[in-house]
Write a protein that binds this ligand. Sequence first.
Ligand SMILES: [Zn+2]
Length: 469
Amino acid sequence: MCKYDFILKNGFVVDYKNAFAKYSDIAIKDGKIAEIALEISSQTAHDVLDLEGQLVVPGSVDPHVHLSTWLGGRTGHRMLARAGVTTALDMSGPGEGVMDIARDYGVGLNIATIEFVRPGYTVGSENPDAQELTQLIQKVLKHGSLGIKLLGGHYPLTPEATQLAIEIAAKEEAYVAFHAGTKATGSNLNGFLEAIELSKGNPLHLAHINAYLRGTVKPCLEEVNIAIQALKAHPNITSEAYLSPLNGTSALCEKGLPASMVTRRCLITGGYEATEAGMEKAILSGWAMVQMEKAGEMVLTFGEEGVKEWREKGDVGVSFVVNPAEPRYCLATAKDENNNFVVGSISTDGGGIPRNVIIPMGLNLVEMQALTIQEFVQKTSYNPARMLGLENKGVLETGYDADITVINRQLREAVLTMVQGKLSMYKGYICGSGTNIITTALGADYVRSKGLNPLIVNYTDTTVYKNAH
Ligand SMILES: [Zn+2]
C-alpha cells in the first residue's frame, strides 16, 4: 500500500488563502490534498507526474457558464475542461437537460445549475404571482437546481414580478441570479440600477456586470463608475464579470423578428435592422457570428456557412463583438476602500459558448500587473467557490479537495485539471467522465435518480446569502 495515490512534483504552487507561492510537491490521497511540501518522495505514491515548474492553482471555478441543450451543453463540458475549469455554475438550465447532458457527456467536473424563469416556458406570463413563483422555486430545488435565473435582459418580467421572485427565493432559501432588465428597462445601465433597487437588500447574484456597461446610456467609463459606486453601496449584491469582447445570445427569429431583446439591440449597434432580414445581412458580413459544432467543440462561423447553419437549425446561439475593453478591465480590477474586489469573481458566460478565456485573459491582467497572481487565484477559484458554498474548494492546503488546475504560464493555457483527485484533462485530452452535481439536500435524491453524484451545499454557506446578512 502506498501512502499517497498521486504526487504532482515540481510545480509552482500558488494559493490565495495561505498567501503561498513556492515551488512545491503536492500529494493526493482519496480525493483530498494530503501534503504540500518542498519535496515529497516519489516512492510514496502510486503515480507521479513531474510538472517541470508549471503553474499550479486551485481548480478554476467559473460562476457563469451554459451547459444546456440550447446552449452547446454536449460540447461545453469538454470545452470547460480544456479551458482549465473544474467547477462551474450553469446559468439557466433547463435543469433536467443539463443533468442528462452532464451524465452522458460529463468529463468529471462539478456542476451546479439554476432554472430559467421565462414567460411561456416556466411561468405562464410576464407577471407571475407569488403562488406561481413559490411553486416553481420549490419544484426546481427538488429537481436538483440551486435556485432560479431571471432572464430579464432577454425575456423580461414586470418589475413587480422580478422583485417578488427575488424576495421569494430568499424566503425559500434558493439561489437567485439575475440578468438585469424588466418590462420597464433593458439590459443596460438603467436595468442594472433597477435590478439593485428591486433586490431590496435580499441576496442576489447579479450576472455579468460588464454586459450592462456597453456605453448605450452614457459614455462607458462613466457607466462603469456609476456601477462600481452602486455595487459598493449594496453589499447584498454578489457579482461576476467576464473578460471576452464577445457576447452570446440567441439568433432565433419569430414572425420576422429576433426573439431576444439583446439580439435586437446588438443588430442595431452594428448598424443592422433588428429584423430577420437584418440578421441575415449581419451573419453574411461577420458582425453576427453563429455558434456551430465542429470536431466536438462549439466554434463561431459567419458568411454563407453561418447563414446555412442558422437557416437549418433556427434556434442557434450567436455572438457579437459588443463588449468595449475598458469596462471589462476596470471591473476585473476595481477595489473598495477595504481593498476588497468590488466584483468578486471573473466568469466567462462560456461553457458551450466559445469564450472560455479565464486563463489567457486573466493571466494577461497578471502580466500587466493589474492583478497579482494570488489575486488571479482569488478571483478565479477562491471567491467563486465560496459563491457556491463550496467551502472545501478553491484552496491548496492539506485536507481540502484535490481540485487542481495546472497552467503553462508562457502559453497561458491549461495543461491539466484534476477534480477530487481524478484527472479530468491532460494536455488537451479528456480523461474524466460523469459529473458531480452541486445541489442542496432537497435535490440530492433527484440527482441520484438521474445517475449522477450529488455534491451537497447549504444555501446559507454561499456568499450570495452571506453578503446579504
Ligand atoms: Zn449567461
